[in-house]
Unconditional design. Structure first.
Length: 199
């Protein structure tokens, strides 16, 4: 059985959502960020980690890709071949390095950094996020999901970021992007993950 380890309200929610989508049994082990238990699994002390026997995987996107690859029969991973892998990797790298960056930057300056180094990044992060939303709109185009007509690990990560953006009051003006977020965030597997303490 998998162990999804992390603090509620962190990116561990993506891992629980992914496991619920796959229908795989797991235990949610709730531990604090920067706790001895978290450092034992992740050198940064950050959440989440996935324990799969002797294998420990850190970083929510990497965990979702690992699970998608391990359970390829469930159809949540990359399309076969190098082109399929490149498509999924391109999405995941864009999401983590570009789309999530304004969300993370705002959170750090509002809650996580020491008071003496915090600055008002609100306008800058709003500007950056608006740019990334335009990129996302072009990437999604008229597709139902990120990889086309099937829900995948990419949608778990992107959908969770959409929930984060809405909670942090980032403006999402594009109707197609809002419709996409509504579509993926209403999935029963996400509701089950939330009920199990992911939020």
């Amino acid at each position: 059985m998998y162990q999804a380890v992390g603090a509620p309200g962190t990116r561990v929610g993506r891992v629980l959502w992914m496991l619920e989508e796959l229908g795989e049994p797991y235990e949610f082990v709730k531990v604090g960020i920067h706790s001895p238990e978290m450092y034992a699994l992740n050198p940064s002390g950050k959440s989440p980690a996935l324990v799969d026997g002797d294998v420990v995987v850190t970083d929510s996107a990497a965990i979702c890709v690992y699970l998608a690859d391990k359970h390829a029969d469930k159809g949540m991973g990359a399309a076969p071949g190098c082109a399929g892998r490149a498509e999924m990797d391109g999405w995941m790298h864009f999401l983590q390095s570009e789309f999530e960056a304004p969300l993370w930057n705002k959170l750090r300056h509002r809650m996580l950094l020491p008071d003496e180094v915090r600055v008002d990044v609100g306008p800058a992060t709003a500007y950056d996020f608006a740019n990334e939303l335009r990129t996302l709109e072009r990437r999604l185009a008229d597709k139902e999901f990120a990889l086309g007509d099937r829900f995948s690990a990419v949608d778990v990560v992107l959908g969770d970021m959409g929930a984060w953006a809405r909670a942090a009051k980032f403006g999402v003006e594009a109707p197609a992007i809002n419709a996409y977020f509504d579509r993926v965030l209403s999935r029963p597997a996400r509701q089950r993950a939330l009920a199990k303490g992911a939020k």
